[in-house]
Design a protein around this ligand. Structure first.
Ligand code: ADP
Ligand code: ZN
Length: 658
C-alpha cells in the first residue's frame, strides 16, 4: 500500500511512501503523518492511497498522528479548490485548514457542554429588517446555497439580522461561522453574540494561544459547539453541517491572507457554502466594488437597509479645504480653524471627540535642509518614521529601529527637520491645546498588550478620555454615545497611495469613521480636512452617498479594465541581488508572453515593486490581467513548473491581489 502525502512546502506535488503493515486497515486520506523528507522528518497530510507506485526504493511512513482524519473528505475538497484557485501547493492549502497546535500533538481536552438557555429577548424587527430577513430565511429553509450582500448604513440593524440568521440555523440543527476583521476591535459585537447565544460562542483569532486554538478546534469538529466568531482563518473552522457564513465589514482588506495560500475569506466562504448548501451573508455599509457589482449583476442577492434604527440621524459632514486654510494662514498646527474651534467646543461641553489620522509615529520624514538627504531604512530604503515616545527612527516595513541622529548622517552639517504629522504629533498638539483634558492615542504602537483595546474602550466609555486620536483602528467598532465630533486630520493619506483602490479605501474609511459620531441622543458632527475637496470619494463620503461613489468608481474601473471587470494575478520575484531579480523578472515576463494563448490575457511589467527593497531583498513584479482566473493560473503553473520559481529565485503568486 502506498500513501500519497503533501507537505506545507511551495512544491506542487505529492510524495509516495510505503505504508507499514500495521496501519493498512486504518490509514485514511485526510490523516496527518510524519514522514522522512531528505535529512528531516516532516508532518504532512495523506491525500490518496494507492496499490502501487512508479517510483522504486520508497521510504516508509514514520508515524500516524490522527486516529481519524483531521481533514474530512469535504475539507480535502475545499483544500483542493483553494490550491487550484490561489495557485499554491495542496500541502500549503491543507496546512491552512489545520491549526498549528493540532499539527504538533493531538489534544483531548474539551470545554464543558453549554448549559444555559438563550435568555435575551429579541427586539421586534423594523420593516426593512423584516423584508431582508424574509429573503434570508426563505433561502435557508430551501436549503440551497445563496450569497446575500447586506448593504446597510452604520446602525441600521445589520448585526440584529446576523443574530436572527444564526438563531434560524441553530433551529435547523446547523452551524454558523461569523467573520469579523479584528476581534479586539469588536468587543461590543462579541458581547451581543454572547448575550444571545451564551457559551455556544467560540472565539477564533490570532491572539489565541496554540492550546486554546486546539481546544476550540476539537469542540467545533466534535459538534459540541456550533457558533464560531473569528478573523479570516475562522472561515476554515471545522464545523459540521454549516448553515450560514457571515462576513461583517466584507470590504475590509484584512480578509485577504498575506502568506500562501493568499486567499480572500469572502471567496473561501462562498466556495465552502456552495459545498455545504449554506447561505453566505456579506454585510457592509460600504460594500467592496467587486461585491456590489456582483449584486447588481444578480450573482449575489442585494438586501438593503437604508435607515438607522429608531430614526437616529446620520451625522452632518463638512469638508474643509486645506488649500484655503493654508493660503489664509488659518491653521492651528495640524488643525484648521474650524476643527480647532469644534474641539474647543467639545472640551467646554464635556462631550467627546475622535480624531483620525491614518499614519502612526510623530513625523513622516526626517530631512536635512542643507543637503536634502532623507533618513532611510538601511534594509528597505524607505524613509524612517520618527517616534517621539520611543525616541527612535522606525521602519514601518521591517521594524528596524535606530537612534535619532542629531546631525544629518550624510553631510554632517545640517540639523534634521521633521515633516509630515503622525498620530503621536497630533496627540502632543492636543496636550498643548487642551492640557486639562483626558487624551489618548490608539494605534498599533499603543495597543500591543493583550486587552489594551478593551481597556482603552472602557476608559472612553467612562469618560476618562475626552479626546481620542488614532489610525484606522478608531474607525472600527467604537459605539460611544457621547462622541459628538469626529475630525479627520487628513483624508489624503489613503487617497495618494499608488493603488487603484485608493479612492475606494478613502471612501470606506471616511464613511466608517463618520459613523462613530452622533450615536447617542446628541447629534454628531464630522469635519474632514483635505487638499482634494472635489475628489469624488470625498464628496460622496461627505453626503453618505454610496451609490454616487460606486457609479464614479465603476466607470473608472471599466475604462481602465480593472477589477471587477478582470482578474489580476501578481507575480513577485525576490532575491538579494537587484540585477538578478530584474533579469529573472524579465525572463518570467518573456516566458509568460510566449505561452499566452490568444489575446485575452494582458501582461503588465516587469516593474519594480512599490517597495522595491524589503529587508535587504529586492522585489520585481509582473502582473497578469484577464477575464478568467483558471486560464491565468494554468499559464502561471506552466511557466513556474512545480518549484514555483524562475532562474533559481522564488516567485510569489498572488491571485486577486489587494
Ligand atoms: P449595524 O450592525 O448595522 O451597525 P446594529 O444591528 O448594531 O446595526 O443596530 C444598531 C442599534 O440598534 C443596536 O443598538 C441594536 O441593538 C439596535 N437595534 C437593531 N435592530 C433593532 C430593532 N429592530 N429594534 C430596536 N433596536 C434595534
Ligand atoms: Zn526596513
Amino acid at each position: 500500500m502506498i500513501a500519497q502525502v503533501v507537505f506545507n512546502l511551495p512544491v506542487d506535488r505529492a510524495f509516495d511512501y510505503l505504508v507499514p503493515e500495521a496501519w493498512r486497515t486504518t490509514l485514511q486520506p485526510g490523516m496527518r503523518v510524519e514522514a522522512p523528507f531528505g535529512p528531516r522528518r516532516l508532518i504532512g497530510t495523506v491525500v490518496r492511497l494507492r496499490a502501487s507506485s512508479p517510483i522504486r526504493q520508497l521510504k516508509t511512513l514514520a508515524r500516524v498522528l490522527d486516529p481519524s482524519p483531521a481533514l474530512t473528505p469535504e475539507r480535502l475538497r475545499l483544500a483542493e479548490w483553494l490550491a487550484g484557485y490561489y495557485c499554491c501547493s495542496l500541502g500549503q492549502a491543507c496546512a491552512s485548514l489545520l491549526p498549528a497546535a493540532l499539527r504538533l500533538r493531538p489534544v483531548v481536552e474539551d470545554p464543558a457542554a453549554p448549559a444555559e438557555e438563550i435568555a435575551e429577548e429579541m427586539p421586534e424587527l423594523t420593516g426593512e429588517q423584516r423584508r431582508a430577513f424574509g429573503r434570508l430565511s426563505a433561502a435557508m429553509h430551501a436549503g440551497r446555497h445563496r450569497t446575500f450582500l447586506l448593504h446597510g448604513v452604520t446602525g441600521s440593524g445589520k448585526t440584529e439580522l446576523y443574530l436572527r440568521a444564526i438563531a434560524l440555523a441553530r433551529e435547523q440543527g446547523r452551524s454558523a461561522v461569523v467573520l469579523v476583521p479584528e476581534i479586539a476591535l469588536t468587543p461590543q459585537a462579541i458581547d451581543r453574540f454572547r448575550e444571545r447565544f451564551g457559551s455556544e460562542v467560540m472565539l477564533w483569532h490570532s491572539r489565541l494561544t496554540a492550546r486554546q486554538r486546539a481546544v476550540a478546534w476539537q469542540a467545533l469538529a466534535g459538534g459540541r459547539r456550533h457558533l464560531v466568531i473569528g478573523t479570516r482563518s475562522a472561515v476554515f473552522a471545522p464545523v459540521p453541517r454549516l448553515g450560514v457564513v457571515i462576513l461583517d465589514e466584507e470590504h475590509d482588506p484584512s480578509y485577504k491572507q498575506d502568506q500562501a495560500p493568499r486567499y480572500h475569506a469572502r471567496e473561501v466562504a462562498i466556495a465552502r457554502a456552495r459545498q455545504a448548501a449554506a447561505v453566505v451573508i456579506l454585510g457592509s455599509a460600504t460594500p467592496s466594488v467587486e461585491s456590489y457589482y456582483q449584486a447588481r449583476r444578480g450573482r449575489f442577492e442585494l438586501l438593503e437597509l437604508t435607515r438607522r434604527v429608531e430614526g437616529r440621524k446620520l451625522p452632518d459632514v463638512e469638508v474643509i479645504d486645506m488649500r484655503q486654510e493654508f493660503a489664509h494662514r488659518h491653521r492651528v498646527g495640524p488643525f484648521s480653524q474650524r476643527l480647532a474651534a469644534a474641539l474647543r467646543r467639545v472640551v467646554d461641553l464635556r462631550e467627546q471627540a475622535i480624531l483620525l489620522l491614518n499614519r502612526r509615529g510623530f513625523a513622516r520624514v526626517a530631512q536635512c535642509p542643507t543637503c536634502g538627504n532623507v533618513v532611510r531604512c538601511p534594509q528597505c530604503a524607505v524613509p524612517l518614521i520618527y517616534h517621539a515616545g520611543a525616541q527612535q527612527m522606525v521602519c514601518h516595513y521591517c521594524n528596524v529601529r535606530q537612534a535619532v541622529p542629531e546631525m544629518c548622517p550624510a553631510c554632517r552639517r545640517g540639523y534634521l527637520r521633521l515633516r509630515g504629522a503622525g498620530t503621536e504629533r497630533i496627540e502632543s498638539e492636543l496636550h498643548r491645546l487642551f492640557p486639562a483634558s483626558g487624551i489618548a492615542r490608539m494605534d498599533t504602537d499603543t495597543t500591543r498588550p493583550r486587552d489594551s483595546h478593551r481597556r482603552l474602550y472602557d476608559a472612553i466609555k467612562t469618560q476618562q478620555i475626552d479626546l481620542l486620536v488614532g489610525t484606522q483602528m478608531v474607525a472600527k467598532g467604537l459605539d460611544i454615545p457621547q462622541v459628538t465630533l469626529v475630525g479627520v486630520v487628513s483624508a489624503d493619506t489613503a487617497l495618494n497611495l499608488p493603488d487603484f483602490r485608493a479612492g475606494e479605501r478613502t471612501f470606506d474609511l471616511l464613511t466608517q469613521v463618520a459613523g462613530r459620531a452622533g450615536r447617542g441622543a446628541r447629534p454628531g458632527q464630522v469635519l474632514i480636512q483635505t487638499y482634494c475637496p472635489t475628489h469624488y470619494a470625498i464628496r460622496a463620503a461627505s453626503r453618505h452617498d454610496y451609490e454616487a461613489f460606486y457609479q464614479a468608481e465603476i466607470r473608472m474601473r471599466r475604462r481602465l479594465a480593472l477589477p471587477p471587470f478582470v482578474h489580476l494575478i501578481e507575480l513577485t520575484v525576490q532575491g538579494f541581488r537587484q540585477d538578478r531579480v530584474q533579469d529573472a523578472a524579465e525572463f518570467l515576463a518573456r516566458a509568460l508572453k510566449a505561452r499566452r494563448e490568444g489575446g485575452r490575457i494582458t501582461l503588465l511589467g516587469p516593474a519594480p515593486h512599490r517597495v522595491v527593497r524589503l529587508r535587504r531583498s529586492y522585489r520585481w513584479c509582473v502582473v497578469l490581467k484577464g477575464p478568467s482566473v483558471p486560464a491565468m493560473t494554468r499559464l502561471v503553473r506552466q511557466v513556474l513548473r512545480k518549484g514555483w520559481g524562475v532562474r533559481g529565485l522564488p516567485v510569489i503568486v498572488d491571485v486577486d491581489p489587494l
